[in-house]
Design a binder for this molecule. Sequence first.
Ligand SMILES: *[C@@H]1O[C@H](CO)[C@@H](O)[C@H](O)[C@H]1NC(C)=O
Ligand SMILES: *[C@@H]1O[C@H](CO)[C@@H](O)[C@H](O)[C@H]1NC(C)=O
Ligand SMILES: *[C@@H]1O[C@H](CO)[C@@H](O)[C@H](O)[C@H]1NC(C)=O
Length: 383
Amino acid sequence: MSVVTILVVYMTLIAFLIWVCVLADPNSDTLGGRLNVLLTEEIPTRITFNLRRRLPSKVFDALAKAYDYIVRQRNPILQCLYLLLFLGSFATYLYEGWGRIPLGDLALSVALVLACLASFVVACSVPAGTISPSTWERYDNYKPDNVIYVAGRVCPTCDVVKLARSKHCRLCGVCQSRFDHHCGWLNQCVGEVNYRHFLFFLALHSCTFLYGSSRLWGILRREMIKNKLWDATFYSPSSGQTVGSSPLVVCQYLVVHEGAVCGVLALAFVMAIVLAGFLLYHLWLAGQNTTTNETFKWAEVRLKVKIERSQARRAHEASGGALPLRRIADPVNSYNISLYENLMEVLFPRSERRAQNSTGRKAVSRVATESEKLSTEAREKIE
Ligand SMILES: *[C@@H]1O[C@H](CO)[C@@H](O)[C@H](O)[C@H]1NC(C)=O
Ligand SMILES: *[C@@H]1O[C@H](CO)[C@@H](O)[C@H](O)[C@H]1NC(C)=O
Ligand SMILES: *[C@@H]1O[C@H](CO)[C@@H](O)[C@H](O)[C@H]1NC(C)=O
């Protein structure tokens, strides 16, 4: 099998596994749903069962503890993996590109990479908006919509009244304002305050990866032109035959002779596409003023409405039309204002506008008291 075939099979398999494990619904009676249950529940349970029986209990406990740390606790493993992959790829890029990518382009690449690292640090260090008794009021900016958020619930762990759009994160152990999701790569939650930093992180990285891929592609293109690969005949030492040029053969030649460039190019290009897709998805969410977690909640609400509608229709039909058909309205996202306002809310979170308003009000009241003082002084002078 050629390298390209192996790569294609490998990529397809990975995409399929991601689809089965992440996107397929385990409650549905489809092939994807059943495979999801098999891969994410049955096989892990069986492995655990066998390990517990065969391993000394000390070793098993240590393994269980390690698994718990990796999966159920905040940990910097993915952050380290990001730095390793990112800096490793960049070092390879510099090494391979030195002398082959124009200096100006290399300088721009360095600037982009530094900006990416800065955006990573910011996205990792600005908290999502932690709700505690002392910050509760600052984050109290959303009214319960009585569809996906009901008033008056209390978070049993944090012992605060749950604010609409907030959610308790089990990994962080706190309630987060306008909770979107817990991001393992940033090792913290993405929520009201740091959502814009998260979006900026995605945008900057996809641009940087796209730019890097275009420079690496330039290297390969020049290599193809210099060696006249499209007019060459190739000799395969394994089969002892010569073959004419074709896209497949040229790819194989490049993978063998420019392995590092091809590897970093493939990684950067795939990441650019994945992150750009992710960014577009999040911009779409932000445009409708909803969050990743709320999309799950809305899916549940829509399913409930669908069931109620079919029950109403069945009741109507069973009565032979005597019972009027009960109308059930579509649930509406009451946080959705307008596209512009929704995006503004992400760029300038409500809790910060409120903080600015209160400092503004303080400044205004200070000006007011000063002018009062001046006017009383003036009055005293006149008197
Ligand atoms: C998001 O919301 C769903 C449905 O309300 C909930 O079951 C799930 O645990 C939430 N996801 C996260 C990551 O907290
Ligand atoms: C959000 O609001 C806008 C303007 O009011 C409306 O056009 C749009 O359909 C709404 N979107 C959703 C998903 O409710
Ligand atoms: C801030 O103040 C402006 C005008 O004074 C007001 O329109 C706005 O609603 C306030 N915002 C918040 C979040 O309180």
